[in-house]
Structures are given as structure tokens and as C-alpha cells.
Design a protein. Sequence first.
Length: 428
Amino acid sequence: MAVQEARQGTAADAGTAHGGGCVCGDCPRGAREGHRRAVAAFLRRRDEFAAGEGLPAAVAHSASASRQWVSAELAQRAGEVAERGRTEGEAWLAGLWLRTVCAVWGAVVVLLLAEALTAVGAGWSSARTAALLAALVVAGAVTAAARFHRARGGALAPVIGDDNRMTTSRTVAACWVLFVVYAILLLAGRLAAASDHAERDALISGLDLARGAGVVTVVAVVCGIAVVVRRVVGLRIAGQRLQKVPAHRPHAADLLTDDSGRGSFADIQYVVISAVALVFAAVRLARRPDQLPDLPWGLAVVVLISAATYLAGKYAEGGRPVILSVVRAREPGDLDGPIRTGDDIEIRGTGFVPPGAQSADQLARMVVRIGAVDVHVPLVPVTGGFRNPTDTVLTVPVPAEVEPGPVEVQVVTAAGVPTNRYPVEVAD
């Protein structure tokens, strides 16, 4: 229905192609508008079902039949919304490279204005010329990389992870690497323009390890953290100790939050402390453009402690989903009794909904394996969300295909991670 509405909107706007109401997938504006309309239609329909409206007369008399029909209808609509979201994400990434290029060259213009203002009274110097030339070289290299990776976010492509989110470790490492490259190019420019032998020797000695040991250590550690974190996450996913679901597109907030969008202490402190240290190093470079910034060891150690905290947080996050108990779901007024085919069972545990999998299309992918039968978890809507499934409780019916006797119950999450097997007895 959402896709049909989008197509009807496209036909209505045929005379004003790519206007404010465009919902095609060929331009960022149309993809964004199409996704927005699809989401609005899905939320409206979900709330209607939650209020008991819109049910066909053929299923309205049966609670189980209506629940199954509503779940199937919502799952189909959620899939259409997810497809619209993927289209919008691809269009957004394709248009991002121009914005990153504009931001890079905007930074160069800001540097030029700052140098021009600070040169008033003090005069223009060779250090200012070298700083501007180094900025032009870095901006040119970043522009070329953005053009090459224009389909994956431009200059941000190296810091976008496999789950389509911006990674904190790569972003911090990339900022430090770009800063050090800029500092070395600045010294190289000054060295090329130096005519006095003593000045050349002083510039070369500015690259001594004793001068820039703090910066070199920080760069080595943050780059190592970026590599180790990627390896740790990959191994934990392969070992089913970490659940990951892809995002529709990256956001700047990914640097400070976990996959579910909640603020992460490990990420926030790593970004903030690294940013403060980087600003300090930039000020030192501006004051002493004849050597690598001498980052004090006290500040360098603070950055190292922050990096270690971030790495420890990556080791600690996640965990496998676990079934703690399975009981027969009892409606008010029902008699107590054993589990039989046709009954609803309530599966209690933890970790059933991975971080970032709260959307309806991801919830619809959850499966409960009862013996040899796979049962899709029904979506039970309430106003503003879903009552089933949740991260700690799932309710599914026992289908008639399940043979009476001892069976094992297992949940497979949207990330494809299975839980432990829990034995239950299905009565005849």
C-alpha cells in the first residue's frame, strides 16, 4: 500500500518532475519523500490495527486468525518501508560526497581567512604560506578520494563500517592521521622554502622523535585500536557472541551511540577526549610550526586510557540471546493445563531483539523453532509500538504440525543468532 501510494504520488506530480512531492528513487529528494510517506502510511495503519480497526469480516470473529492476518499485513508493509529506506539510504550516500567535498574546501577557506586576519600587523610569513599549501594538498587528496568513493559516502567511506554505520574507532584514527599528515606537509613546505642552512637543520630536527613522541604514540595507539576493534567485532559476530543488524544509512550520532541509538559512555568519552587532545595539538602546531606538536605526556596518557576504555567497552558489549523459561500463555478466564497444539506459549529470556532491530521489518524476521517446525513470531501492535515481540518475552502459537511429546524450543533473532534449546512437553 505504501509503495502504491508513492507511485500514485509520482503520477500526480508527473508535470513537476523531482519537485517537492517527488517520490521516485532516482534522486535524493524523491527517495527521501517516498520513504517518509511509506513510514507515515505504515504507522497510521499500525495504530489502526492496534485500535481494532481495519480488520476483514472474515477474520474479525477469531482472535488467533485476526492476529495472524494483522501480523502478515504489517510484515508485508514493513518490508515495503524497509525497501524504501534502503533506496533512500543509497541515494543519500550517493549525494554525500559533494557535501563532504564542500565541507573540506570550506575548512580551507576558513584557514585562509584566519591566516589573513592574524597576519594583520604581524605580516605574512613563509609559515602561513606553507600551512595554506599543506591544506590545499590535503584537501585535494581528500577530494580525489571522495570522488573515487562517491557511491559510498565520499570522504566518509573509510569510516563507514560493514553495518552501514559510522565507526568511532576509524573516525578518531582518521582525524589523527589527517592531522599528522598535514603537520608533516607543513614542515616539508617550510623546508622547501628555507634558504638558510641553520633554518633547514632546525626544521629537520623538528621531526625528531623526542619532539613528537606524544603525538606519534597517540597516532600509533588509535590506529591500532581501529584495527583491533574491527577484528574483535568480526570474531564476536562469527562466534555468535555479538548481534549486528545493518542500518539504512550512517548518521553522525553513530559516533556517540550504540546500535540502538542510546548514548554509549565508552564512545562518548573516546570522542570527547580525542577531540580535546587534537585541538590542543593543533594549537601547539600553530604556535610552533617548525616542529611536530609536542603533545605533553600527561595528555597523551589520558588519550591512551580513553582508548583502552573504548576497547574494553567493545569487548564487553553484546552477548548471546538466552531462553530462560517457556510457559503456556494463559488468557484471563482460561483453565490451567499443559501445553497442547494450538495453545500460545510464552518464551521468557533476554536478548531476543538485537540493538538496532526495533523496526517492524526486523521484528518480522524473528523465528521460533519448535521441534522441526519454524514459527514466525507474530507482530502484535499497540499504539506507538508493538506488544509482541519484545527483548525479553515472545508469544507464539504451537502449530498443529508439532507432534505431541518432548520437543525443543529455540529462538532465532533478526541477526540470525540462535538461542539455547529449551525442552518442553507438548501434551496430546
